[in-house]
Design a binder for this molecule. Structure first.
Ligand SMILES: [Zn+2]
Length: 188
Protein backbone atom coordinates (compact mmCIF):
# COMPACT_ATOMS: atom_id res chain seq x y z
CA UNK A 1 0.00 0.00 0.00
CA UNK A 2 1.32 3.48 -0.76
CA UNK A 3 2.14 5.90 2.06
CA UNK A 4 -0.80 8.06 1.14
CA UNK A 5 -3.21 5.11 1.05
CA UNK A 6 -1.97 3.97 4.47
CA UNK A 7 -2.49 7.47 5.83
CA UNK A 8 -5.95 7.77 4.32
CA UNK A 9 -6.87 4.54 6.02
CA UNK A 10 -5.49 5.84 9.32
CA UNK A 11 -7.48 9.06 9.15
CA UNK A 12 -10.61 7.41 7.69
CA UNK A 13 -10.62 10.06 4.95
CA UNK A 14 -11.06 12.86 7.45
CA UNK A 15 -8.72 15.78 8.07
CA UNK A 16 -6.63 14.71 11.04
CA UNK A 17 -6.98 18.09 12.74
CA UNK A 18 -10.50 19.32 11.99
CA UNK A 19 -12.26 16.16 10.81
CA UNK A 20 -13.43 17.71 7.54
CA UNK A 21 -14.39 15.10 4.95
CA UNK A 22 -12.94 16.76 1.94
CA UNK A 23 -9.89 16.53 -0.30
CA UNK A 24 -6.88 15.76 1.88
CA UNK A 25 -3.20 16.16 1.29
CA UNK A 26 -0.29 14.74 3.27
CA UNK A 27 1.55 17.40 5.27
CA UNK A 28 5.02 16.76 6.69
CA UNK A 29 5.28 17.95 10.29
CA UNK A 30 8.44 20.09 10.58
CA UNK A 31 11.35 19.69 10.91
CA UNK A 32 10.54 16.61 8.82
CA UNK A 33 10.16 17.37 5.16
CA UNK A 34 9.50 13.89 3.82
CA UNK A 35 6.03 12.43 3.73
CA UNK A 36 6.15 9.29 5.84
CA UNK A 37 3.45 7.64 7.89
CA UNK A 38 5.29 8.52 11.10
CA UNK A 39 6.09 12.14 10.24
CA UNK A 40 3.12 13.41 8.27
CA UNK A 41 -0.59 13.95 8.71
CA UNK A 42 -3.49 14.23 6.29
CA UNK A 43 -4.90 17.74 6.19
CA UNK A 44 -7.68 19.61 4.44
CA UNK A 45 -6.86 22.82 2.57
CA UNK A 46 -8.27 24.98 5.37
CA UNK A 47 -5.96 23.52 8.01
CA UNK A 48 -2.84 23.35 5.85
CA UNK A 49 -3.43 26.86 4.45
CA UNK A 50 -3.71 28.39 7.92
CA UNK A 51 -0.68 26.50 9.21
CA UNK A 52 1.42 27.70 6.29
CA UNK A 53 0.14 31.27 6.48
CA UNK A 54 -0.40 31.97 10.17
CA UNK A 55 -1.53 35.52 9.35
CA UNK A 56 -4.69 34.02 7.82
CA UNK A 57 -5.46 32.03 10.97
CA UNK A 58 -9.13 31.87 11.92
CA UNK A 59 -9.08 31.30 15.67
CA UNK A 60 -12.48 29.60 15.80
CA UNK A 61 -11.54 27.02 13.18
CA UNK A 62 -9.01 25.63 15.66
CA UNK A 63 -11.58 24.74 18.28
CA UNK A 64 -11.47 21.44 16.36
CA UNK A 65 -8.26 20.71 18.29
CA UNK A 66 -10.46 19.98 21.28
CA UNK A 67 -10.99 16.57 19.64
CA UNK A 68 -7.88 15.99 17.57
CA UNK A 69 -5.48 16.69 20.46
CA UNK A 70 -6.49 13.29 21.85
CA UNK A 71 -5.32 11.47 18.71
CA UNK A 72 -3.01 8.50 19.27
CA UNK A 73 -0.97 9.52 16.24
CA UNK A 74 2.27 11.30 17.24
CA UNK A 75 2.50 13.79 14.34
CA UNK A 76 -1.14 14.78 14.94
CA UNK A 77 -0.36 15.38 18.62
CA UNK A 78 2.64 17.51 17.64
CA UNK A 79 0.65 19.66 15.23
CA UNK A 80 -2.28 20.04 17.66
CA UNK A 81 0.07 21.08 20.46
CA UNK A 82 1.86 23.62 18.26
CA UNK A 83 -1.37 25.18 17.05
CA UNK A 84 -2.70 25.43 20.61
CA UNK A 85 0.55 27.08 21.68
CA UNK A 86 0.25 29.61 18.86
CA UNK A 87 -3.26 30.37 20.07
CA UNK A 88 -2.38 30.41 23.74
CA UNK A 89 -3.47 34.03 24.13
CA UNK A 90 -6.97 32.49 23.91
CA UNK A 91 -7.96 31.11 27.31
CA UNK A 92 -9.58 27.98 25.86
CA UNK A 93 -6.43 27.11 23.89
CA UNK A 94 -4.22 27.54 26.94
CA UNK A 95 -6.59 25.29 28.93
CA UNK A 96 -6.39 22.58 26.27
CA UNK A 97 -2.61 22.72 26.00
CA UNK A 98 -2.39 22.39 29.79
CA UNK A 99 -4.50 19.23 29.56
CA UNK A 100 -2.39 17.63 26.86
CA UNK A 101 0.00 14.89 27.73
CA UNK A 102 2.83 14.12 25.34
CA UNK A 103 5.42 11.37 25.59
CA UNK A 104 8.86 12.84 26.16
CA UNK A 105 10.02 12.24 22.61
CA UNK A 106 6.86 13.68 21.13
CA UNK A 107 7.11 16.73 23.39
CA UNK A 108 10.66 17.39 22.17
CA UNK A 109 9.51 17.17 18.58
CA UNK A 110 6.61 19.51 19.25
CA UNK A 111 8.84 22.16 20.84
CA UNK A 112 11.20 22.13 17.87
CA UNK A 113 8.59 23.77 15.74
CA UNK A 114 7.60 26.64 17.98
CA UNK A 115 7.83 30.02 16.34
CA UNK A 116 10.42 31.36 18.75
CA UNK A 117 12.77 28.50 17.90
CA UNK A 118 12.41 28.90 14.19
CA UNK A 119 15.14 30.91 12.57
CA UNK A 120 13.82 33.94 10.69
CA UNK A 121 15.31 35.53 7.60
CA UNK A 122 17.15 38.69 8.63
CA UNK A 123 18.67 41.45 6.58
CA UNK A 124 22.18 42.91 6.91
CA UNK A 125 21.07 44.89 9.96
CA UNK A 126 19.42 41.92 11.62
CA UNK A 127 15.93 43.21 10.84
CA UNK A 128 13.47 40.39 10.33
CA UNK A 129 12.30 40.09 6.73
CA UNK A 130 8.66 39.25 6.16
CA UNK A 131 6.56 38.22 3.25
CA UNK A 132 5.68 41.24 1.13
CA UNK A 133 8.65 43.38 2.18
CA UNK A 134 10.69 45.31 -0.39
CA UNK A 135 14.44 44.95 -0.06
CA UNK A 136 17.53 46.47 -1.67
CA UNK A 137 20.44 44.23 -2.60
CA UNK A 138 23.56 45.61 -0.86
CA UNK A 139 26.24 44.16 -3.11
CA UNK A 140 26.66 42.66 -6.55
CA UNK A 141 25.58 39.05 -6.36
CA UNK A 142 26.42 36.47 -9.01
CA UNK A 143 23.41 34.56 -10.29
CA UNK A 144 24.05 30.86 -9.90
CA UNK A 145 24.64 29.05 -13.13
CA UNK A 146 25.02 32.19 -15.21
CA UNK A 147 27.50 34.97 -15.82
CA UNK A 148 24.97 37.61 -14.83
CA UNK A 149 24.95 39.47 -11.54
CA UNK A 150 22.25 41.06 -9.50
CA UNK A 151 23.57 44.59 -9.20
CA UNK A 152 24.03 46.31 -5.89
CA UNK A 153 21.06 48.60 -5.33
CA UNK A 154 18.59 46.34 -7.16
CA UNK A 155 15.22 46.55 -5.47
CA UNK A 156 13.33 43.31 -5.01
CA UNK A 157 9.67 43.95 -4.36
CA UNK A 158 7.20 41.84 -2.45
CA UNK A 159 9.58 39.13 -1.31
CA UNK A 160 8.42 35.79 -0.05
CA UNK A 161 10.10 33.89 2.74
CA UNK A 162 10.07 30.24 3.71
CA UNK A 163 10.33 28.76 7.18
CA UNK A 164 12.23 25.84 5.66
CA UNK A 165 14.95 28.09 4.33
CA UNK A 166 15.45 31.17 6.49
CA UNK A 167 18.76 32.05 4.84
CA UNK A 168 17.15 33.10 1.56
CA UNK A 169 14.35 35.31 0.33
CA UNK A 170 12.62 35.11 -3.00
CA UNK A 171 11.25 37.85 -5.15
CA UNK A 172 11.22 39.59 -8.48
CA UNK A 173 13.40 42.35 -9.84
CA UNK A 174 13.22 43.62 -13.42
CA UNK A 175 10.57 41.01 -14.09
CA UNK A 176 12.90 38.18 -13.20
CA UNK A 177 12.35 35.79 -10.32
CA UNK A 178 15.33 35.56 -8.01
CA UNK A 179 16.46 33.89 -4.90
CA UNK A 180 18.95 35.81 -2.76
CA UNK A 181 20.71 35.47 0.55
CA UNK A 182 18.75 37.43 3.15
CA UNK A 183 21.78 39.02 4.80
CA UNK A 184 22.80 40.62 1.48
CA UNK A 185 19.59 42.62 1.52
CA UNK A 186 18.44 45.72 3.31
CA UNK A 187 14.80 46.20 4.13
CA UNK A 188 13.40 49.34 2.48
ZN1 LIG B 1 -8.78 20.40 8.49
Amino acid sequence: MSIEATMLERCENKCELCGAETALKPFAVAPHTQITVDHAIMLCDTCSGQIENPETMDVNHWRCLNDSMWSQVAPVQVMAWRQLKRLSSEGWAQDLVDMMYLEEEVAKWAELGLDENVEKPRDVNGVELKKGDDVTVIKDLPIKGSSQVIKQGTVIRGISVSADDPKHVQGKANGQAMYVIAEYCRKK
